[in-house]
Each structure stands twice: as structure tokens, then as C-alpha cells.
Design a protein around this ligand. Structure first.
Ligand SMILES: Nc1ncnc2c1ncn2[C@@H]1O[C@H](COP(=O)(O)OP(=O)(O)OP(=O)(O)O)[C@@H](O)[C@H]1O
Ligand SMILES: [Mg+2]
Length: 233
């Protein structure tokens, strides 16, 4: 058995032997078959592998958006896989920024409001500070002039970049990004990838991203290939 608190300098996130089953009855699938992984502060890790191998499922577990059927997850040394919903939500809000594969913006809200949402939830900044920070993040992702557009008035790639900015809103220690450059052209994938790398290097954030783009994967500090629900050498 592992100890509940494991502190190791630089270790932002760790998981051990995660198993996850999805579906019901005869359709029940053993999706993750013993996933162990660690992410260090200041490092960018790419998870790669064929469609359906379990990349998004892994990221959901690491992001505390789903619960494993077996195995353990530590966020900054704190065992989270056994924690209650409140503790998991609080840890997610404070320490984790998540970029979803299909971005999931609040469609009826502006780009700025979408980015400010995690800041409002955390409740540490004034309205003015939140607006300033959201504006700066929009600029970082190349959308400085589109803050007041509703999500529905943005292109798919623009919405994806707003989703990246939203994940960075609370300056999380851990950034989990599911194909953050999937909908972007070469110029904007470069911009988003450079931004994530810069945050890792300058602020010591740990970045874990899923990508099907070999150029992006090769620019990461580490590549973790996955097959059939497991990491492989
Ligand atoms: N609710 C579900 N019931 C049964 N199987 C599911 C369910 N959700 C996902 N799966 C299966 O789990 C496996 C892993 O899915 P996951 O979304 O993690 O793949 P992925 O590696 O992210 O793929 P992609 O590159 O296409 O995004 C897939 O085979 C998928 O069909
Ligand atoms: Mg996926």
C-alpha cells in the first residue's frame, strides 16, 4: 500500500496502476489496464497513441473528472483517488487546468466570460483583476481583439484557443490538454504549443498533452506512447 501523502520535489502529479472499465453489461470494456505515470513541474509530456487506446480516459482520471476502478492518483503529493467530491473539485479548481478534446465552451457567454469562469469559481481576484488577466490570456493565444465575441461567433480553432486560455486562468500547477492543437492551423498550433512550453519553463507548470501531431510530440520533453490502455516502452 502507498502512503496517503507522498512529497517529492518537482513531482506535480503521479498515478499508479490505474484501471478503468467503461460501458454496461456485455458492452463493458476494460479501457485502462494498469496506467502508471508521473509529471514533473517544468516539464512538457506528450501522450501519443492510436484512436481509442485510452488517452482521453487517462487524462480525465488525472484531471479528477472521473474516478478509477482501481489504482491511485496523487496531485502535488496528496492522494486524491480516495477523496470525496468536494476535495476533488477544490483540488481541480486550484491546481489543474484542463483543455478538453472538444473544447466545451459555454456557448452563450463571451470569450472573456468563459476565461473568467474558473477565476470566479476560485474567488481570489477582483473583477478588475480577472478582466485584466483574461484579456492578457486572450492576447497570448492571439485573440486579443475578440474578447467580447460570444463563443458561437468564433471559429472552431478560435474556440479551442479560448479553451486553452481558460485552462490557464488560475495559473494551475498542472495543465492537462487533450489535443489542444487538434483544430488549429500550423501557425496557431505553434502559438499554443509555444505558450504551453513557455509556461512550463518560466512558471514551472507541469504540462501533459495528448497529440496526434508527431512534430508537436517531438518538441516535448518526453513522449509516452500508449497502446490498448497501457503505456508501452
Ligand atoms: N461509455 C463508454 N462505454 C464503453 N466504451 C467506452 C466508453 N467511453 C469510451 N469507451 C471506449 O474506451 C476506449 C478509450 O477511449 P478514449 O476516449 O480514452 O480514447 P482516445 O485514446 O482518447 O482516442 P482518440 O484519439 O480517438 O481521442 C475506446 O475504445 C472507447 O470506445
Ligand atoms: Mg481522445
Amino acid at each position: 500500500m502507498s502512503a496517503p501523502v507522498q512529497s517529492s520535489p518537482g513531482l506535480a502529479l503521479r498515478c499508479e496502476n490505474l484501471h478503468r472499465y467503461l460501458g454496461q453489461g456485455e458492452g463493458r470494456v476494460h479501457v485502462l489496464r494498469g496506467v502508471s505515470f508521473e509529471a514533473r513541474s517544468g516539464n512538457v509530456t506528450a501522450i501519443v497513441g492510436p484512436s481509442g487506446c485510452g488517452k482521453s480516459t487517462t487524462l480525465y482520471l488525472l484531471g479528477l473528472l472521473d474516478q478509477p476502478d482501481d489504482g491511485a492518483i496523487w496531485i502535488r503529493g496528496q492522494l486524491m483517488s480516495n477523496s470525496g467530491d468536494l476535495a476533488r473539485t477544490a483540488a481541480r479548481c486550484e491546481h489543474i487546468g484542463f483543455v478538453f478534446q472538444f473544447h466545451f465552451l459555454m456557448q452563450e457567454f463571451s470569450a472573456l466570460d468563459n476565461i473568467m469562469m474558473p477565476m470566479r469559481k476560485l474567488g481570489r481576484l477582483t473583477e478588475e483583476q480577472m478582466t485584466g488577466r483574461a484579456q492578457a490570456l486572450l492576447k497570448d493565444v492571439g485573440l486579443g481583439d475578440k474578447g467580447h465575441r460570444l463563443a458561437t461567433q468564433l471559429s472552431g480553432g478560435e474556440q479551442q484557443r479560448v479553451a486553452v486560455a481558460r485552462a490557464l486562468a488560475n495559473q494551475p500547477a498542472i495543465i492537462l490538454a487533450d489535443e489542444p492543437t487538434g483544430n488549429l492551423d500550423v501557425k496557431n498550433s505553434g502559438l499554443v504549443f509555444d505558450l504551453l512550453t513557455r509556461l512550463a519553463k518560466e512558471n514551472g507548470q507541469a504540462v501533459v498533452l495528448v497529440t496526434h501531431n508527431p512534430d508537436i510530440a517531438h518538441r516535448c520533453d518526453e513522449i509516452k506512447p500508449m497502446r490498448d490502455g497501457e503505456f508501452v516502452p
